[in-house]
Structure formats: C-alpha cells, structure tokens
Design a protein around this ligand. Structure first.
Ligand code: SF4
Length: 319
C-alpha cells in the first residue's frame, strides 16, 4: 500500500520500489509501512477459515507411493547420461523413494528459460504420469517436478532426453539466469541472452562444468534488474555507455541460504571482454578453493573480494 501510493507513476523507468526507497529514504518508508501495518492490524478480525481450509486442500500432499525404487540403481550403473543427470538435477525429497527433478531450460544454444509449446505440453503430460500432476516454475528459469518416485526416473529421463529437456546442469555455471535484455525488452540498455549463451558455451567447451560445481551467474539487461544480477555469485549488469554496451560485474551475491547483495567489482567491461573476465574469476576460484566441495560463494566468503578482483583486473593488480 505504501509503495502503491508513493511509487513513481509518472515515469515507467522509475516505477520500481527501489527507486521510491532511494528517493524518499529508507527511514521514511519504514515509518510509513509500520504505520500502515498498525492501521491494518487494528481492523484485522482473524483468519478467514474457509479460505485457509481451501488453500490447505489445494496444497495437500499427494498420495505418495511406498514401494521399492525399481530399476533406478541399475539404470544409474548402466547409463552415464542418466547418472550425470541424477547427480546434478535431483534434489532430496522428504519421502523415502522420491526425488524432486529439475528440468533445466538451459540446453546448449537455447535461449535461457525458453521452452517450446511441444516441450511444455510434454512436461504437463510427464507431470501427470510421473509427478502426481505437480509442476513448479522456478525463479531460476527452470521447471521442477517436485514429486517423482525414483522407480519412474529412468522412464522420465528417457522422455526428457528425447525432447531436449535432460540437460544435466542444474545449479552449474551454464545454468545462467538471464533477463530478455535487448533481444526482447524495450527497456533494455544491453543484451543479456547472447552474453549468457557465450559464457555457458565457453565453459562447456572447456568441459569444466562438473569441475566448477555449483556456480550461480545472473544477468540483467538494465538497472531494473529483472535477472536479479545482484543475487548472483557473479552478477552481470548490462548498461549503455555513450551508445556502447558495457557490463558491470558484481561478486558475492547469494539468493539462497545466506542472502547477500553482490558488490560491484569495479569498472565495467565491453561485451567482448565479459567472457574472458568471467573466465579469469572462475580460474582464480579453481586455484584458490580448499577442495572440490568448496563452492565459489564459500571461497569468496572465506577469502573476501580481493583475489577475485585481482583476477578481474590484472592490470590494476600489477600496477
Ligand atoms: S532487467 Fe532485463 S527484462 Fe528487466 S527491464 Fe531491464 S532489460 Fe528488461
């Protein structure tokens, strides 16, 4: 309500809560929100039980099956592709015998987050057959089937593979979140999608994805930050500098267990220098990490920004 009343409606480029906070001040906004909260609490008469019960019914757990995992382990031993996909794209489920499966929409050469109509129809069909009819669209531009019994995973994988939906890279460096950028968005000041594809292609060509492990890159094509670049372990913000695309890099962001806003590393890079810059940071991380289990964000927290900034700006480090 506070933002609704105070937000900028006169300028679509400034119709963002962060702009309103910056213009009016955090303390003013906080006071107004607290006052609004007190107003609302005074007239709050309790939870609408009928609505609550309806919500509970809609989000009731499915009728989980209690049975063996079938050919799951046999297939893992037999098929390297299945093993790789299950290693990377499955999450633990609270019910024994189940897993949550991530279908990354980050196949080589494909626009990050895009799926064809045929792929979407197939996923709906697969969810009905293998996933208790449940699908989640995740913030990382992927699809999650949250409840798949392990005995169904070999068949699910085969169908995903045939449809180009079995890319084994969930949470890896090629699983990049990118906004539409200049390819589709009229507000953009730079391209996002080609930059994401170039970075993903680069590390695929080096066959380093598994070696690098969990690594989160996020890209926005303007300051509106729809790619939430500031929450990427590496964030990339595309800007316009006198008619030329320029990309600022932030380091150390995290939108998961320990939320953190990435810090701007320094001067931006022209488009053709983004991949080499990211490559230097990643190579520095591989050199500096304590072991293969230490993720980039953990190494960053342990070491601070300095060694990664030095990798980004080698000229400055040697000046
Ligand atoms: S961040 Fe990306 S999607 Fe959002 S307004 Fe800017 S260019 Fe468009």
């Amino acid at each position: 309500m506070t933002y609704n009343l105070a937000g900028r409606r006169d300028n679509k480029y400034k119709a963002r809560i962060k702009i309103t906070v910056a213009e009016r001040g955090l303390d003013v906004m906080r006071e107004e929100i607290e006052a609004e909260f007190l107003n609302r609490r005074a007239v709050f008469t309790g939870v609408d039980q009928a609505l609550l019960n309806d919500l509970k019914r809609q989000y009731a757990a499915p009728d989980f099956r209690i049975e063996g995992t079938g050919d799951y382990d046999v297939e893992r031993a037999r098929s390297a592709g299945f093993r790789s996909w299950t290693d990377t794209n499955l999450s633990e489920h609270r019910i024994e015998g189940y897993a949550s499966a991530t279908l990354t929409l980050k196949a080589p050469g494909v626009t990050p987050g895009d799926a064809t109509d045929a792929q979407m129809s197939l996923v709906a069909d697969l969810a009905e057959r293998y996933g208790h009819s449940d699908i989640r669209i995740a913030h990382d531009q992927n699809i999650v089937l949250p409840h798949v019994h392990k005995s169904d995973l070999p068949a699910l994988y085969r169908e995903l593979l045939a449809a180009g939906l079995a890319t084994a890279n969930a949470g890896q460096i090629s699983d990049i979140i990118a906004c539409p950028g200049m390819d589709y968005c009229s507000l953009a000041t730079a391209r996002s999608i080609p930059i994401a594809q170039e970075i993903a292609d680069h590390f695929r060509a080096l066959d380093l994805e598994d070696e690098i492990g969990q690594f989160n890159i996020q890209i926005s094509g303007c300051i509106n930050a729809c790619g939430h670049h500031h929450l990427g372990h590496i964030g990339i913000l595309g800007l316009d500098r006198a008619g030329v695309e320029n990309y600022q890099i932030t380091l150390g962001g995290d939108g998961y267990e320990i939320p953190a806003i990435g810090q701007r590393a320094g001067a931006g890079f022209p488009a053709e220098e983004v991949v080499p810059a990211i490559d230097r940071v990643v190579k520095a991380y591989l050199d500096l990490r304590e072991n293969a289990e230490e993720r980039f964000i953990d190494a960053y927290r342990r070491l601070g920004a300095a060694p990664f900034k030095a990798a980004l700006y080698p000229e400055a480090a040697h000046a």
